[in-house]
Write a protein of this length. Structure first.
Length: 476
């Protein structure tokens, strides 16, 4: 809807609009540009903006935008243009730089001042009068093409005296119909649920208790459809003859989208609660049965190891359910206890894995910027080692401090990462098997905490996959 509105505005305004690239090559133009300059749109798209100027020189203010678009984003200047027929005429140009990704574009809004110059000569105006007339023409044009509805209410008795096309379109009336509405009809166009509040705010304005208000409310169009408006009202004039200038936008689609989001979040919250409840009950059943198996096979050390691994996995899943059952209260944690818990989980869960942990003394008691998802990143690396590093894998986790970061190096003794997927290792879907989400999500989590994760070089030939994670130290 917004794109259609702007495209309509682009086509219908009286000013020429030209979009050019950094080489000042024209890449788009509106119908008014075709009319003002006398070239077809196809011809304009083969030209540079410099070819439309009668004078080669540009004002310094406009040249600064071309030279340094990052430091100056807009300028207004006057110059002379030349049409396809060779006619030279005065123009006013509003030039704006637009940064998109790594490219810079320039948008020119060009007003033909020929009629204004003619009026100046006929009436003997000085430059100040010309500028005032130009300003009035500009405001009148803006009023006509504004995407916001604009109405002027004069009272008492609160009669609409001025309406722009956008206001008529939003409310579904012709402009003259709106002007002819009686005060009680104007009031009844406000939905009854919001009527008292909005009329009370208008009263405060007219009594001089405030000079402007902004609110949102429901209004009834001529066809009976209810629309939500974002409404701003301000007073004009002096005491005893105050008028209200109201500007508004139709936000119905936005309000409906927000209502859908709220409803969806409520459904997800309920669904999440049901899942947590059912998962917890099933996990407790698994845990209880596993403990019974452990007691029945207490004489068998190998079975006891697997029982312990199963119980560790159940404990981790129960912790995850608790973790996502309530809002996160802190975005910082001491890193050493997190790493110790991860090491404990790895040694309990994976019987075949030998996991070693080394934490430098200056890392203890250090708090990093992190959250409840951080352990899942290390759990994913551990699972990858168990899955891909071969039988009886070894893993080493080392934590050290470097400037304002904690550096965590995770290395295994497997075959390493295949060369063909290294460059896209952290992209979604990159995998030798499985979903290809693990490392992609790990990077998203670490970057959300302001850190980095990357594939690193091996220190020796005994190392396989090596990852380095850097987390920001929490400033006191």
């Amino acid at each position: 809807m917004v794109e259609r509105t702007y495209r309509s505005l682009f086509k219908n305004v009286e000013e020429a609009i030209i979009l050019e690239n950094q080489n000042q090559e024209i890449i788009d133009s509106n119908p008014a540009a075709v009319e003002i300059f006398g070239y077809s749109r196809e011809e304009l798209l083969q030209m540079k903006t410099t070819e439309l100027k009668a004078l080669e020189s540009r004002r310094e203010s406009s040249q600064e935008i071309y030279n340094n678009p990052s430091t100056q984003s807009n300028a207004v200047f006057r110059t002379h243009a030349k049409s396809s027929s060779g006619r030279v005429f005065p123009i006013e140009v509003t030039l704006v730089s637009i940064n998109q990704s790594e490219e810079v574009f320039f948008l020119s809004i060009i007003r033909d001042l020929s009629n204004l110059e003619s009026t100046k000569a006929q009436n003997g105006w000085d430059e100040t009068q010309v500028k005032q007339a130009a300003k009035q023409i500009k405001y009148e044009s803006l009023f006509e093409v504004s995407l916001q509805g604009i109405i002027l209410i004069e009272g008492p008795p609160n009669q609409i005296s001025l309406v722009n096309p956008a206001a008529a379109d939003i409310l579904g009336y012709e402009e003259e119909e709106l002007k002819s509405l009686a005060p009680e009809e104007l009031e009844s166009s406000i939905h009854w649920t919001d009527r008292d509040e909005i009329l009370s705010q208008m009263g405060s304005l007219l009594r001089g208790e405030t000079d402007s208000v902004r609110t949102q409310g429901r209004f009834i169009r001529k066809d009976g459809e209810i629309v939500w408006l974002d409404l701003s009202m301000a007073t004009l004039g002096s005491s005893g003859s105050l008028s209200i200038l109201a500007t508004f936008l139709d936000i119905t689609e936005w309000r409906e989208a927000m209502a859908d989001i709220v409803a969806t979040n409520q459904d997800l919250d309920l669904y999440g609660s049901l899942l947590r409840h059912d998962f917890r009950n099933d996990l407790l059943v698994i845990s209880g049965n596993t403990e019974i198996i452990g007691m029945l096979a207490s004489h068998n050390e190998e079975i006891k190891q697997y029982v312990e691994a199963n119980l560790a996995g159940v404990d981790r899943m129960l912790q995850l359910l608790d973790l996502f059952g309530s809002p996160e209260k802190s975005r910082s944690r001491q890193i050493a206890p997190i790493l110790e818990d991860i090491w404990s989980y790895a040694t309990r869960t994976y019987v075949e894995l030998e996991c070693k942990l080394h934490i430098d003394p200056d890392v203890f008691m250090t708090t990093v910027v992190s959250g409840r998802l951080l352990p899942m990143v290390f759990n994913n690396l551990i699972r990858n080692t168990v899955k891909y590093a071969g039988p009886n894998p070894e893993m080493r986790i080392e934590a050290s401090r470097t400037n304002n970061h904690i550096k965590i190096r995770v290395a295994d003794d497997g075959p390493g990462i295949p060369q063909e997927i290294k460059e896209e290792l952290f992209e979604r879907g990159t995998t030798t098997e499985g979903t290809g989400l693990g490392l992609y999500l790990s990077r998203r989590v670490i970057e959300a905490y302001g850190g980095t994760i990357e594939l690193a070089d091996q220190k020796n030939e005994n190392e396989g996959a090596v990852f380095v994670i850097k987390l920001r130290i929490k400033e006191e």
